[in-house]
Design a protein around this ligand. Structure first.
Ligand code: NAD
Length: 237
């Protein structure tokens, strides 16, 4: 364990699957029975903001009541019990890492419990419904709030910080992500290029497999706690 000083964990929808949240591409590219093009692109939001608001409003109660599983909790344990700095880059819009008590979390695709004012940039944190009538608490403009979700066609958040983390990490773990969307799919390549050991945790070996040194196949709720236990044990020896 002392071998590692800077650990970066990239998480995707698969880490939350055992908490009961559907993954993105589990059912023919549909997300909770909606076409991605209708709910997760900037064009869709410009075309029909009410429809897009409804989709995210409907997801909120399910996500709010979901609980972290053993995979999320094992990352918190790693943060608390290892001497390494552990950063979590998540593509998930849920808040299960926070609920598990983790820190140093970068939501590169945004968060379902936030919306952003397209007029002044104010970020409103709320689990309440947002709609085309919502007034921005800062600039008082009506109808300019957008879910703070990074849609296809928009830039990812925190990328400067993420780039630094990837260049400096000595251990990179990718958990529950299909790795088909760039630039996230290339994070492993950057980490590997700068010398990190790289592991993939997934139900299957994904097509994005060239830069992983190790593939741990199985449910993250089982494989990740085991892996963390072993890392922490090595530290004790
Ligand atoms: P994805 O749905 O494209 O891929 C999920 C991956 O997780 C698959 O490769 C699958 O084999 C794997 N997986 C499923 N169950 C697993 C388990 N129990 N253990 C380990 N691996 C498991 O997800 P993605 O790559 O994260 O891209 C989807 C995007 O959609 C996200 O970036 C996010 O913006 C959004 N999304 C978020 C949530 C959430 O916040 N929980 C849920 C669905 C979609």
């Amino acid at each position: 364990m002392n071998k590692y000083q800077n650990i970066v964990v990239l998480t995707g929808a698969g880490i939350s699957a055992e908490s009961g949240l559907a993954t993105f591409r589990s059912s023919n590219g549909l997300w909770n029975n909606h076409r991605v093009e209708d709910v997760a692109t900037i064009e869709a939001f410009q075309r029909n903001p009410a429809y897009v608001h409804d989709f995210y409003n409907e997801l909120k109660p399910e996500i709010l009541k979901s609980q972290p599983n053993s995979a999320h909790l094992s990352l918190t344990r790693l943060q608390h019990e290892s001497s390494a700095k552990v950063s979590i880059i998540t593509q998930n819009v849920d808040t299960l890492h926070e609920k598990a008590g983790s820190e140093n979390i970068y939501h590169i695709h945004g968060q379902i419990n936030q919306s952003v004012c397209l007029n002044c940039g104010y970020i409103l944190e709320s689990w309440n419904d947002i709609n085309t009538e919502t007034i921005c608490p800062q600039c008082q403009t009506c109808g300019m709030m957008k879910p703070n979700i990074v849609f296809f066609g928009e830039a990812l958040l925190y990328m400067d910080k993420v780039e630094k983390l990837l260049r400096n990490c000595d251990l990179f773990l990718s958990v529950g992500t299909s790795g088909v969307v760039f630039p996230t799919a290339s994070f492993v390549q950057t980490a590997k290029y700068y010398g990190a050991d790289t592991y993939e945790f997934n139900l299957e070996i994904t097509s994005n497999n060239l830069f992983f040194d190790h593939h741990i196949v199985g449910k993250a709720g089982e494989t990740l706690p085991n892996f963390v236990d072993n890392l922490l044990k090595k530290r004790e020896n």
